[in-house]
Design a protein around this ligand. Structure first.
Ligand SMILES: Cc1cc2nc3c(=O)[nH]c(=O)nc-3n(C[C@H](O)[C@H](O)[C@H](O)COP(=O)(O)OP(=O)(O)OC[C@H]3O[C@@H](n4cnc5c(N)ncnc54)[C@H](O)[C@@H]3O)c2cc1C
Length: 505
């Protein structure tokens, strides 16, 4: 770098030095993953500057796309040598900023590691690489009558590695449990670059020792990089009966959920949509749901045939007793698939009724669905914002979608404030600031409202056992004064956004 006589640093020289550094950095990582899988070109880096939480963007220093555990380990060791932060990344569909890059980081993308390595039907397990798309497991084993149970609505695009890091849920996790209940073992590249096997190699949970798989699942990319996973696969149920019920308001729908679960019935799924969500889903998908109702429940009861018929009949009675306007079953499988397609497309459907939206994710006791939804509606009304609700009602896992128009000054900020207040309502009812989308960058500030100092210190102690330097996914999950209230990068709208062609939600 040269300094001219007038004291001004030559920007040309500084830029050249940066370019040389970038070239050197590229060369070091390219030696591991190959030149085209080490990305430093600015235009390409943009793809990786955010995840599904589009309001926060940071350009990574470099993105690498390894193809094997050995390549991941070598990249991690090089990052440690260069003291670079590491941010693991799957498909980037996370909604809490979990794979948001940190300043000066290397993003390690697992998208090239997408092989189903082994399927062992007698033991009901499959060994998969982390970049395998969730739904691809079921697509592979479905013809044999098996499936992989955790079904996030993003399952046609999100990866098993991301699911493990977030302990992802989905509509049918009510009966079958979250990702943590379906991962029996992992191969993990630790922040030191060591490769360790955790959990069971045989297919059943280890009963001896600490549950380290349980520590890795849900650790949001902070304990290392999962490069293989042994997942449980299930026999597809003999029969599934879908029920569709409409209600005058979310009060009666919430009551129905409590009655059904309280009676001892465990449906595979109970999902709720309020009137605004129904409007968006109908507009986007063409399902023939009525628009003049206050709420609907979409429910699956599954199991062996005789049991399903009896359980579905009892569930119908509870739905009617709670005040359902109509209870019906799809006439055929095509209608059933369409109903579930409508539910799973709900977030994207919001684009039909609002230019932008903020997805919130909190948990409450399911018996409190009705009062909490009333409080959420009041928060929206006070802020002059509409809020749609579409969520995993059986789990009490709310997803309020705070609608706003980013072109109106102040609305985005107001939406974020309301989304934060919603979490406080969840906590007041004894719930949690996240059900399945993780804490990530988005909710780090709220973790301290759910846990006290001792709890947070204990969590940090576990994290630093894996990563003493806290170089893996820094700035996520744990509240720090620096990040609380600060955006890590200046948001620059994409041209498609300013032209009105695309939204940010
Ligand atoms: C339309 C839509 C619907 C959604 N519905 C649901 C839903 O129903 N349920 C639900 O739970 N979520 C849902 N999500 C959120 C999201 O899809 C999940 O969190 C998913 O698990 C993220 O997977 P990904 O591959 O995109 O991971 P990313 O977003 O790339 O990363 C998520 C986290 O995982 C870490 N990570 C990724 N790969 C690895 C790895 N191999 N090793 C270690 N850490 C890793 C990252 O660092 C980050 O912290 C939805 C998202 C969208 C956009």
């Amino acid at each position: 770098m040269t300094t001219a006589a007038n004291g001004i640093v030559s920007t040309k020289t500084a830029a050249l030095r940066e370019a040389v550094d970038a070239v050197a950095l590229h060369a070091r990582f390219a030696a591991i993953v190959g030149a085209k899988n080490a990305i430093v070109a600015e235009a390409q880096l943009r793809t990786y500057e955010c995840d599904g939480l589009l309001g926060y963007r940071v350009r990574p220093e470099i993105v690498v796309l390894p193809a094997s555990t050995d390549e991941v380990a070598a990249c991690v060791r090089l990052a440690r040598e260069l003291a670079m932060p590491v941010v693991p990344r799957g498909a980037g569909t996370g909604l809490s900023g979990g794979s948001l890059p940190s300043e000066g980081c290397v993003v390690i993308g697992l998208s090239r590691m997408r092989k189903i390595l082994d399927v062992d039907l007698p033991n009901r397990v499959a060994r998969v690489q982390p970049g395998v798309i969730n739904l691809d497991i079921t697509r592979a084993i479905g013809p044999d009558g098996y499936y992989y149970a955790p079904d996030p609505s993003s399952q046609s695009v999100c990866t098993i590695g991301g699911n493990i890091a977030e302990n992802s849920g989905g509509a049918h996790c009510l009966k079958y449990g979250f990702t943590v209940n379906h991962v029996l073992g992992v191969t993990l590249v630790t922040p030191d670059g060591d490769v360790v096997e955790i959990g069971s190699a045989a297919g059943e949970p280890d009963v001896l020792g600490y549950d380290l798989v349980g520590v890795v699942v849900g650790s949001e990319g902070m304990t290392g990089i999962v490069t293989e996973a042994l997942v449980r696969i299930l026999r597809a149920p003999e029969k599934t009966q879908t029920l569709f019920a409409t209600f005058p308001s979310t009060d009666e729908a919430g009551d129905a959920v409590s009655r059904i679960i309280g009676s001892g019935i465990v449906p595979a799924a109970i999902e709720m949509c309020d009137q605004l969500a129904i409007e968006a889903i109908v507009a986007a998908t063409g399902v023939d749901w009525p628009l003049d109702v206050g709420a609907l429940l979409l429910m699956d009861v599954d199991g062996v045939e005789a049991d399903v018929d009896d359980t579905a009949a009892r569930a119908r009675e509870h739905l009617r007793a709670a005040g359902a306007l109509d209870v019906r079953a799809p006439k055929d499988d095509a209608e059933r698939q369409l109903a579930w397609k409508g539910r799973k497309a709900a977030f994207a459907a919001m684009g039909r009724i609002s230019p932008n939206y903020h997805v919130q994710d909190g948990v409450i006791p399911r018996k409190d669905i009705a009062p909490v939804l009333r409080e959420i509606a009041a928060l929206g009304a006070n802020a002059g914002l509409r809020i749609a609700n579409v969520f995993h009602a059986g789990d009490g896992n709310l997803h309020p979608l705070v609608l706003y128009d980013a072109r109106i000054p102040g609305q985005e900020h107001a939406a974020e404030e309301v989304a934060g207040e919603i979490l406080r309502v969840c906590l007041r009812y004894g719930g949690s600031v996240t059900g399945e989308h993780g804490v990530g960058h988005d909710k780090a500030c709220y973790l301290g409202e759910q846990f006290d100092e001792d709890d947070l210190e204990t969590m940090q102690a576990i994290r630093t056992t894996f990563d003493p330097d806290q170089r893996f996914n820094p700035g996520k999950m744990f509240p720090t004064p620096r990040l609380c209230g600060d955006k890590p990068g200046t948001y620059v709208p994409h041209t498609a956004e300013t032209s009105g062609e695309a939204g940010r939600g």
